[in-house]
Structure formats: C-alpha cells, structure tokens
Ligand binder design. Sequence first.
Ligand code: GLY
Length: 294
Amino acid sequence: MQRRELIKLLGLGTIAAGIGNKAFSATNKKVKGPLVLSTWYNQSVTANLAAWKILEAKGTALDAVEAGVQVSENDWGNCCVGLGANPDREGHVTLDASIMNHRYEIGAVAALERIKSPIHTARLVMEKTPHVMLVGLGAQEFAVSQGAALEKEVLSDHAQKSYDEWLKKSEYQPIMNIEKQGGPHMPDPMESGEFNHDTIGMIAMDAEGNLSGACTTSGMGFKMRGRLGDSPIIGAGLYVDNEVGAATATGHGEEVIRICGSFLVVELMRQGHSPEQACKKAVERSKAKTPRDR
Ligand code: GLY
C-alpha cells in the first residue's frame, strides 16, 4: 500500500504553516488544493496573491511558489529579501534561496551577489544541473550563463541608511563568544539590534494535490561575510515530502540549522502530529537544544 493511502486510512497528517498531509487534516477532514502559505514577512499577502493567480489557473505549486517569493525579491523596499535588502558587514548584499518540488527535486544558491532572483537561479540549479547547490561566484556565473543580468552593486536608499547607521557602532563581533553555559555563540540579536532579518518562505499545494516550497532571503543584516543561514539549506529552511507535508522557516538561521527545523517539522507530521503540534515541538526542541536562553 502506498504510504499516502495508509496515511489517508489512518486519518493522520494535516495542513498548516507547515502544510500537512494533503489527504486529511488532523480532524480527518479532506483537504483539497490549491492553497498557499508563507512566513510572516509583511509582504506575504501580496506574494501569496501572485502565487494564488497561478494556482487558480491550475498551474503547478512549483511555478506558484517561485512567482510568489519573487514578489519579495523584486521589492526594492524591504530589508530582508532581494537586492534592495541590508548588506553584510562589508557592504555587500548576498542572497540565499532554496526550492523543492513534489518529486524530491531540490535546488539552492548561497552567497549569491548581483542577481535579481536567487529563487529562479535555485530552480535552474535544480532543473539544469546535476547538482543541488551552487555558491558565491560559481552561482553568479551560472545565473548569468542562464540569461540573468549582472546587476550593479548598489545599496537601496533604506539599506544604505541602515548600513551607515550600523557602521557608526559596528558592534557585531564575528568572533564567537564563549559564554557561561559553554559553547560558541553569535551575539544576541535582541541586544545587538541585529534582529532585523527575515525571510520569505512559501509552501503551496496545487489543484493536483502536489506540494512545493521556496525560501529566499538576504540573511541576517550586517552579517559576517560568508555567513549562511538556514534558507539555502534543504531540511533547515525548507522541506517538502509530497506524501506527508511541507515546512519552511524564518528567523535566526543558526537555530533552525541546529535542529534541521523544516525536516523535523515534516518528520513530526509523518509521525502523526498536526502541523501546529509539529511546529510547537520543533520550537520546543530548539529551545531545549540551543546552548543559551533565547
Ligand atoms: N532565516 C534566514 C537566515 O537566518 O539567514
């Protein structure tokens, strides 16, 4: 028996911020596509609408999530996604993205500079290369080889302003602190004012009932050059298992990576937890395992 059929029979699985099993919700109600969810980035509604247009026209979940998060990537006015976002501490905007479809196909880019749509490049990595992730200059060269324009390296007005402000203190200490509890840590983002990053992660189910997800970010503002968060890492920032559900993450990537956050949520749903329970358990795991009190 197909696992999906088994799950249907058991009435497990679900829907939510992980989207859960596409057959049944936790209350055993049949869930039908299309549907779309994204993280709390304040443009989510606009991004969801772009995805919805595609889903409504019976397009694929993959096309929907790509188009959805591109709304944020193209928005020059936000702090945390796309080329208009905050730079790293050296003044370079570096972008990370990942994408996953219903067939376990994956693509990701990390530390990508001067390319407008990292999610599209991630999709091209998935579809046009035998690999799953390209980083830095190689990712940029690949994007250009596929027709992307190499954009000028300029900060948006708001990013320049934030960067100038940040430079006045430059308190970020890339050297890990060893604290009383032991273990290496980044500076506390709440104390250092670096809690200014976010990510758009989007997951969707199409009319066929297939799931896909996309996640894209500029990462932590004024980060150490070369720092990667969870967003380009499949299993951390994004995970899709078409038989079970999908999850995506936003927030402090170091903590999400530590617990393989999105994979964990999907695996908890596989075990029968609702998306809400699965997300709660993942947050509890993060709290328990993070070597400091966040
Ligand atoms: N969640 C995005 C990042 O930490 O880079």
